[in-house]
Design a protein around this ligand. Sequence first.
Ligand code: ATP
Ligand code: MG
Length: 465
Amino acid sequence: MLKQLFKSLKGKKTSAIAVQTPLAESPVTISRDEHTISRKQISKNALNVMYELTRAGYQAYLVGGGVRDLLLGLSPKDFDVATDATPEQVKQHFRRARIVGRRFRIVHVRFGREIIEVTTFRGNHNQADDGKTPHIDKTQVNDQGMLLRDNVYGSLHDDAMRRDFTINALYYSIEGFTVLDYANGMQDLADKKIRIIGDAAQRYAEDPVRMLRAIRFQAKFDFSLEADTAAPIAQLAPLLKQISAPRLFDEVLKLLLSGSGKKTFELMEGFGLFAPLFPTTANILSKESKPDKVFHSLIISALANTDLRIQQSKPVTPAFLYAALLWPSVSVISEQYQHKGEPRFRALQLAGHQAIDEQMPVIAIPKRFSIPMREIWTLQHRLETAHGKRAIGVLQHPRFRAAYDFLLLREQSSQTTEPRGLFWTNLQIEHPLSTDHAAIDKPRRPRRRSRKPREKSQRDTPLQD
Ligand code: ATP
Ligand code: MG
């Protein structure tokens, strides 16, 4: 596939883009027979949005992951459309359209369960003012250069400049079925390179989440980070502390529940991106002595396990992963409580609360995950000690299966003194239950459905909530 892509690019290369120079004024146009995207692979709804906007006289392109993934022969997670219509103009054309986000306004057009995200071309923030919109509503930058608001609209060329990586700045047009490439993205796809558009340090300062996105794509596609794109990351990693805790929760899920979680975690550690996100865990990991590194190996096993489950299309839950990521902290704090005379169960309870309270200002873990996390932790005590009838009672606990899987992880990384996994494995054979650990997200009692389905909303927008 990549060879084919590469072949079709011969003689098509845009003038090489030195990182700090502007993009080519006009794009390289890759015609239908020179690329591999077919309309059949694109969501009907995304096509409808593009046809409707085009009929109304606007420009509309498929952009971002949709184009990138199709060119890589993968099936895109979602389809994003870029247009020169303003959010208000887009809204007029679709019955179920909502403008979302204040700081980065976009339109969600809903078709059943699918949401097509329609983004108006972003422009350069230093662009001349139209005199109509208050400046504060359009663009705002903090002292560190971070964009707090990005609602300046511009041309297609401007939009390409505002995107993060060259491989994410390819536009597919339904008029002529061509791919437009301003940033040499096709070449970078063929070379398996993640290259930031513009000056790396400045682009990371504008939005530090771009550093996480860089390594996410690196791990997911097994690409390399181009040298200038990689260079400033280690130094700028602490800027992640400026990002809102709810946005970081979503970003971390994308990083670690992508199917390449183990690799992503190792890259995060290598680039110093783990410590700003999990300060307490990172601090404990940094003090672990070789060769044991028990906490480190527990986290690695949890991620490898999660990757495997994703490969096997089994469900995965953030609660289990977060239980592993915060376990070093829970473990250390609970020992301190035990030293002070608290019984093990109570110590685990107190430590669980404290570990979550310390993590929350950085990453906002929703209650639907933090409650099962605490149960997984406190159940460790019961799994370490229960026998006989009590043990059979523990099997009935809704979080038993997750806690048991967690115990096995701990044993694998020599976290327990007396192995008890086998006892519980045998007990389950004698008393079979059908639950799986990922079933822990399910509410115990049926909940009333909220009227509005959860929006993709600000989760995927580049700016702070
Ligand atoms: P995936 O959906 O597979 O995670 P994606 O690249 O499509 O990857 P989205 O978050 O859906 O990611 O964003 C769509 C597009 O919007 C990106 O491809 C990129 O062009 C642009 N984009 C997203 N986040 C940023 C950002 N933080 N800075 C600049 N551009 C961004
Ligand atoms: Mg996408």
